[in-house]
Design a protein. Structure first.
Length: 258
């Protein structure tokens, strides 16, 4: 006779526990804060600023190469902060949505790996690197550079050093941010990384020749800032990286059988 009794039936007023739900977007808090800041700035400039104030806003916080040709005595101090603040501005809904999607894809593993403080420092320095290449190719020009695309490109370059599965790893069993960092040579030997880099550079070359990949092409895309950011992230990521936490190995007793 089976002594096993059926599980108790919940009485009225009692509820069975529900399994925990996984969030749809499992993003680091620092990245959520970044997306919130970008969205807040965009809403302010779009909904609250009249046209003249918006022009002042772009001029004060956007990056303009001509600032570094005009004698400093003839201008304000915008040249100090605009190599960073331009990365927080966007020119339209399509612009900010596109950058936000790429941020969620590539910034998440980088933030989990290097932490909030290094992520903020990475953002600042990669924005400066992107602006520097843009200024070098447009020296003295009265052009306006805005958008987080250069930083997004830097995060893509950084992700190429650890987040992509390689032939030796096979199917990644660990989460991406726990993968070992590849050297520059190892990354370039990976077919997955090289295919991504080739397609990425091909897309930016097409943009440089005036072939739009998104939108109607009415707005010029700063392909040079993209390349400056990508090279920064790919070549210099090791200076921001920290060793991933070790994987716990459970000791198991071996039982010998005669």
């Amino acid at each position: 006779m089976d002594d096993a009794s059926p599980p108790p039936v919940p009485q009225e007023g009692e509820f069975e526990p529900r399994p925990p739900r996984n969030p749809v977007f499992n993003l680091p808090s620092a990245l959520v804060g970044t997306l919130g800041l970008l969205a807040a700035i965009f809403l302010i400039q779009s909904l609250l600023l009249p046209p003249k104030a918006l022009d002042w806003f772009y001029f004060t916080f956007g990056f303009i190469p001509a600032r570094y040709v005009t004698p400093l005595s003839r201008q304000g101090l915008e040249w100090l902060w605009t190599p960073v603040t331009y990365s927080l501005l966007h020119g339209g809904v399509e612009h900010i949505v596109f950058n936000a999607l790429w941020l969620m894809a590539f910034a998440a593993p980088v933030v989990r790996r290097i932490g909030t403080t290094r992520y903020v420092l990475f953002w600042i320095l990669s924005a400066i690197a992107s602006a520097c290449l843009n200024a070098a190719l447009h020296w003295g020009a009265l052009t306006l550079l805005i958008g987080a695309s250069g930083v997004v490109s830097a995060l893509m370059g950084a992700a190429c050093r650890f987040a992509f599965p390689t032939e030796r790893r096979g199917a990644a069993m660990q989460e991406a941010h726990l993968n070992p960092r590849l050297s520059i040579i190892e990354a370039l030997r990976s077919r997955t990384v090289m295919m991504f880099i080739l397609f990425w550079f091909l897309g930016n070359i097409l943009i440089a020749f005036g072939i739009p990949l998104i939108g109607d092409g009415s707005q010029e895309i700063a392909w040079d800032a993209h390349i400056g950011g990508f090279l920064f992230g790919f070549l210099l990521f090791s200076f921001f990286d920290r060793a991933p936490p070790p994987i716990e190995i459970v000791n198991m007793d071996v039982i010998e059988q005669n």
